[in-house]
Design a binder for this molecule. Structure first.
Ligand code: ATP
Length: 290
């Protein structure tokens, strides 16, 4: 199934002063083709989550339309599954019950639910943890459970808001590889919000970069690399540099304070093995608001 975002405008009333309005998105348009994995990248507050919530049908918008496979949608539906940043799992349920919850709500027969559960747990290497409660499993496992719950009803479209945001670097790379193979296996159309340039390149067919100027789309870049992706590939580095430059431009355009150089340093991080990883660091953006 494809997603088509056409001319979306979203205005919020200011949280502190209800009379003043904030146009977060203005006339935003893009498409995600069937089976494509697209990432939304951009500075904090540029409207990535708002865009995803509008597509999910969680938020109303002022203008424009969302089409799923050519059909206009304006409320949530089983065709679109959502993976939340903070997992949003049910702590009073076991891993298996969490995963099966959407199928149960849809009234799927018990046998079908059990078969699906077995397949999903196997796919994510979580068979041993089916009867654990959520507080008994690690952050990386919670992330996988949240993803399996989203995949349970076999949605055609997967919307993910920083699905790997809460796990450490090593776990994140492992989960990226797992997420990729799960999505390849299931042939999903996916739209993901991320701050992480490396993650966007590793997972996406296309990366869309948004700016804080009413969500304006700065770039829409096709990542033409074979899968699974090799971080050591020369072209992989070229994409990293290209996207970093676009983000730098976005930051430079937005950061008006002195000390910009210091802020920009936050953009590039190097892990213990010396691999460069580019992150659109939250801290830099926070500082820029001073
Ligand atoms: N319910 C709301 N009421 C008022 N303003 C809101 C609301 N939700 C979001 N905003 C504002 O809309 C803007 C965009 O927020 P959004 O969460 O979409 O950004 P984002 O790009 O996802 O940011 P981050 O990367 O930090 O998660 C921000 O200025 C935010 O304060």
């Amino acid at each position: 199934m494809s997603i088509s975002v056409q001319g979306i405008t979203k205005v919020f009333s200011n949280r502190r002063d209800k009379r003043s309005m904030n146009t977060v998105l203005e006339d935003i348009s893009f498409d995600v083709n069937e089976g494509e994995f697209v990432s939304l990248l951009g500075p904090s507050g540029c409207g990535k989550t708002t865009t995803l919530n509008i597509i999910a049908g969680f938020l109303k918008h002022e203008d424009g339309n969302i089409y799923i496979n050519g059909e206009k949608v304006n409320k949530p539906g089983p065709d679109r599954a959502f993976v939340f940043q903070n997992y949003a799992l049910f702590p009073w349920m076991k891993v298996s019950e969490n995963i099966m919850y959407p199928m149960k709500m849809q009234g799927a027969p018990k046998k079908e639910r059990q078969d699906r559960l077995r397949d999903l747990l196997e796919m994510a290497h979580l068979e041993e943890y089916a009867n654990y409660y959520i507080h008994e499993i690690s952050g990386g496992m919670k992330q996988r459970v949240a993803l399996l719950r989203a995949l349970a009803c076999d949605p055609k479209v997967l919307l993910m808001d920083e699905p790997l945001g809460a796990v450490d670097f090593q776990m994140r790379q492992m989960l990226q590889a797992q997420l990729e193979s799960m999505l390849q296996e299931n042939q999903k159309t996916a739209l993901m919000v991320t701050h992480d340039v490396d993650e966007a390149i590793y997972l996406s067919d296309r990366v869309i970069v948004m700016s804080r100027d009413r969500g304006r789309i700065l770039a829409d870049i096709k990542i033409e690399l074979p899968r699974p992706r090799d971080r050591k590939n020369e072209k992989y580095h070229q994409y990293t540099n290209e996207l970093s430059d676009i983000l730098r431009t976005a930051l430079n355009g937005e950061v008006k304070n002195q000390g910009d150089e210091e802020l920009l340093e936050f953009i590039e991080k190097t892990d213990k093995k010396g691999n460069k990883r580019v992150v659109f660091a939250e801290k830099a953006i926070c500082n820029s608001n001073k």
